[in-house]
Design a binder for this molecule. Structure first.
Ligand code: IMP
Ligand code: MG
Length: 171
């Protein structure tokens, strides 16, 4: 498979995003990161290791594409966060924003829980595929409309373990 982003490029950009997130939050205040499973797990793990602020973490899961590479447009909550968000500085940590439907749904349900602030960090963005106008505060890399795998992202649950981002063969 063609390597789109190698491990070194990702490492450097993720560290930069961690610094941006810390800069945007009041010093000394806790940052609560909500990782979107499963795709966001590796990004989350690297992001928090680059942060020196006080952080807490939680995990949420929504329905994904299953075995297709095209979005169904249907979003379903599979696993909710474990703790409340009221008055906390929340950052959604997501692997990729494609049509934006997943993210807009997540932002809506999390905003309803009255966090002090709500921001979103996505490692990847495919703006050409956007169907809804969704705000992403931190974007790692903007990419073309190609199906990518690795660094948490899958195709039929495969390739999540790659330390880099590759373009799926045949795309
Ligand atoms: P959206 O709702 O269309 O923005 O889709 C977001 C979700 O679709 C992401 O969280 C991914 O899980 C999945 N997704 C979108 N594009 C890709 C891709 O190129 N590779 C792997 N998963 C993708
Ligand atoms: Mg995802």
């Amino acid at each position: 498979m063609e390597v789109l982003l190698d491990a070194a490029a990702i490492e450097q950009r993720v560290a930069g995003m961690a610094a941006e997130i810390e800069r945007d939050h009041p010093e000394g205040e806790e940052i609560h990161l909500v990782c979107v499973l499963k795709g966001g797990f590796m990004f989350m793990a690297d992001l928090v290791r680059s942060m020196s602020a006080r952080v807490t973490m939680d995990f949420i899961a929504v329905s994904s594409y299953a075995r297709s590479t095209k979005s169904s447009g249907e979003v379903r909550l599979l696993k909710d966060v474990d703790s409340g968000l009221q008055d906390r500085h929340v950052v959604i940590v997501e692997d990729i924003v494609d049509t934006g439907l997943t993210l807009i749904y997540l932002q809506e349900i999390l905003r309803a829980r009255a966090p002090r602030s709500l921001r979103t960090a996505c490692l990847l963005s495919k703006p050409s595929r956007r169907l809804v106008d969704v705000t992403v505060d931190y974007v790692g890399f903007t990419i073309e409309d190609r199906f990518v795998v690795g660094y948490g992202l899958d195709y039929a649950e495969q390739y999540r373990n790659l330390d880099h981002i590759a373009v799926l063969d045949g795309e």
